[in-house]
Design a protein around this ligand. Structure first.
Ligand code: ARG
Length: 468
């Protein structure tokens, strides 16, 4: 049949030549998670050390055994960190790899560690601790990014630029205002991660396999030791929900959408047609064939990251849907999605912070573009309402005629003469030219949250205080 060394005839009579390995090896391959869940080693060891201390404090195991276990686990930790830990696929996952190695190091007492717990509450605990750390890292990354956006906003609080709707010039806004829009978005992302962290901060440890345990364990103590606010109140729920992971992924997805939109703006703004910004060399790449190129690769990659982050989110929702209580092995499929999403989100946050910090906004280009496209037409209409008492709809009509006139002649609104204006509405006076400039336009938008530089500066001050 086959001469592959690790095949056996019984296996291959069933699966033919498709598999190089017999059924046991294939089972091992599909079953093992050590290839990825080794990333939970620090959390696993921390959880086991807390569990051992509690077992001794409760008189369930001896102090001597607990000490041997706790010390031995530190040896395992240092082996893993030094890169000389013998990871074994046959031992399935990180939990059994650590415990088996502990047995090799300390012998018999290692067998007492797994008293009053199960891999089900163990993995739920490890994973919660890991995701909690990622929330902290995301919060830190977002704070740095918000500071970077605030820096840009402060530098250009009164620089005018075109504001767009439909990517068509709409009304002038300020650079500071545009940057502060992202501060608000990233600020909500920040609060979402904080909320998620607070909600997930309960300990599954001690829920055991699913029903709790008959040993007199102290779940409050292990919860405290691991920095959780309290133990989870239902053992079935504790071992079988992964909503904390779903919530992390959901927060990550929304944040990645914001990052993607900002990336898209950077790509557009740095193009030769716009030249609103120039990206630092640190965040650009050249082309191997076109010498003039400076490509915004980092922005493009961040723009794309939402694909895998949302993909992982959809994947885990789909895994969890319809699972009966309590634990099912399906749930082992939770980790890679979260690992990948967390890695890519944190990387994107760091890269975006760097890009924004090193970004040079081209003030002259922004201002030049701000007045193009009749961006102050609304100001003209508002003037007609305010000064001549026209109903807004009529003012809109008069302004539309003036825009058409200017467009036909290939000039801008402020370039029309007073005669031109009066030929459309004879009530118009010289004063109208005062509102046609882009600086007057933005300065007049004093409503709360509006683009007037004073308003923008007030928001910057509020955020700086918030972050302090
Ligand atoms: N590797 C497993 C996981 O990630 C650990 C839990 C195994 N529990 C069990 N009853 N087989 O889900």
């Amino acid at each position: 049949m086959t001469d592959r060394p690790d095949s056996n005839d019984a296996a291959n009579s069933m699966w033919g030549g498709r598999f190089a390995a017999g059924p046991d090896a294939i089972m091992e391959a599909i079953n093992a998670s050590i290839g990825f869940d080794r990333r939970l080693y620090a959390q696993d060891i921390r959880g086991s050390r807390a569990h051992a201390a509690m077992l001794a404090a409760q008189g369930i195991i001896s102090d001597t055994d607990a000490e041997a276990i706790r010390e031995g686990l530190l040896t395992v930790l240092s082996e893993i960190e030094a890169g000389n830990f013998p990871f074994r696929t046959a031992l399935e996952d990180i939990h059994m790899n650590v415990e088996a190695r502990l047995k090799e190091i300390i012998g018999e007492p290692a067998g007492r560690l797994h008293t009053g717990r199960s891999r089900n509450d163990q993995v739920a605990t490890d994973f919660r601790l890991w995701v909690r750390d990622q929330c902290d890292a995301a919060i830190e990354g977002l704070e740095a990014l918000i500071r970077a956006c605030l820096g840009q906003a402060e530098a250009g609080a009164d620089w005018v630029m075109p504001g767009f709707t439909h990517l068509q010039t709409a009304q002038p806004v300020t650079w500071g205002h545009h940057m502060m829009a992202y501060v608000e978005m990233f600020g909500r992302d920040l609060s979402r991660f904080r909320d998620a962290r607070a909600r997930m901060n309960e300990s599954p440890l001690g829920a055991a396999a699913l029903a709790g345990t008959g040993y007199p364990i102290d779940r409050q103590a292990t919860a405290r030791d691991l920095g959780f606010d309290r133990p989870m109140a239902n053992s079935l729920d504790a071992v079988s929900d992964r909503d904390f992971a779903l919530e992390f992924l959901s927060c990550a997805s929304i944040c990645a959408v914001h990052l993607s939109r900002l990336s898209e703006e950077l790509v557009i703004w740095s193009s030769a047609q716009f030249r609103f910004v120039s990206m630092s060399d640190k965040w650009s790449t050249g082309s191997s064939i076109m010498p003039q190129k400076r490509n915004p690769d980092a922005a493009e990659l961040i723009r794309a990251k939402i694909g895998r982050i949302l993909g992982g989110t959809v994947a885990l929702f789909t895994v969890m849907k319809g699972l009966p209580l309590a634990y099912s092995k399906d749930m082992q499929e939770d980790k890679e999605q979260v690992f990948d999403a967390a890695d890519n989100l944190l990387l994107s946050l760091a890269a975006m912070s760097g890009m924004i910090t090193d970004l040079t906004a081209n003030r002259d280009r922004l201002e030049g573009a701000a007045s193009a496209g009749f961006s102050t037409a609304t100001d003209l209409a508002d003037w007609l309402v305010r000064e001549l008492g026209l109903p807004f709809r009529d003012a809109h009509h008069v302004t539309g005629s003036l825009v058409a006139m200017a467009e036909t002649r290939g000039i801008d609104l402020p370039d029309l003469t007073l005669e031109d204006m009066r030929s459309v509405h004879d009530g118009i006076t010289q004063d109208v030219f005062g509102v046609l400039g882009v600086h007057n336009s933005v300065a007049s938008r004093q409503s709360y949250g509006g683009t007037a530089p004073d308003q923008v500066r007030a928001q910057i001050a509020r955020w700086k205080e918030k972050l302090a």
